[in-house]
Design a protein around this ligand. Sequence first.
Ligand SMILES: NC(=O)c1ccc[n+]([C@@H]2O[C@H](COP(=O)([O-])OP(=O)(O)OC[C@H]3O[C@@H](n4cnc5c(N)ncnc54)[C@H](OP(=O)(O)O)[C@@H]3O)[C@@H](O)[C@H]2O)c1
Length: 214
Amino acid sequence: MNISILGGTGPEGAGLALRWALAGHDIIIGSRQVERAKAKAAELSPRAKGATIVGMTNREAAEAGQVVVLALPAAGLAATLPDVKDACRGKVVVSTVVPLTFGGPRLFTPPPAGSAAEEAQALLGPEAKVVAAFHHIAAHELASEHPIDCDLLICGDDPAAKATVAELGQSLGLRIFDVGPLTNAGPIEGIAALLATINRRHKIKSSGIKISGL
Ligand SMILES: NC(=O)c1ccc[n+]([C@@H]2O[C@H](COP(=O)([O-])OP(=O)(O)OC[C@H]3O[C@@H](n4cnc5c(N)ncnc54)[C@H](OP(=O)(O)O)[C@@H]3O)[C@@H](O)[C@H]2O)c1
């Protein structure tokens, strides 16, 4: 699959890029500055075992990708998504975004839409097929090449879009749980805030979650 990662210059997007490239997907790193995107693509390419990783602006990346992944801070959604709205029409858009505010009284700070994924859906319009996923897979875990020790929770309103994202998760060796409609993105994002707190308390970088009782 041809996957564009907006904000792919950051640790989460770059980690997903590397893992998906190693799984045989072609990757486009998106950035506000094309030079940054190209530099990150050049840095990752030698580890990609022949898969293609290229860098473009966020807008060009959104136009070129079959699937568009949002790996931006929540604060960047309102500035970024209107410019890629046309390019995302009809496409699967994966939100990895966790609305966190560091240094304030409240770490988990969801927007009025209820979650970053629902904010993304509102900004992109109903023709984008937004799926929330990958919030619990830490950048540190993605950066190496060992098996990822975490389950994947996904939610969204379009069953075919969720099937595509499940396929992307399976290509990383993940066990997938479809947890319902996009209105469940808030709890998914909230769990990521808890994992960030656990990481801080235990001085670790990649706590994750596993579903029991199956
Ligand atoms: N880090 C993790 O372990 C982790 C785990 C799960 C989920 N997430 C979520 O994944 C997303 C990305 O995480 P990250 O740690 O990679 O984030 P990050 O490093 O803070 O940001 C990723 C990229 O977004 C772009 N960016 C930064 N501020 C922006 C703004 N105001 N407007 C538009 N673009 C902006 C930057 O790229 P350019 O300057 O090149 O444009 C940056 O390299 C976040 O929403 C995070 O909550 C992260």
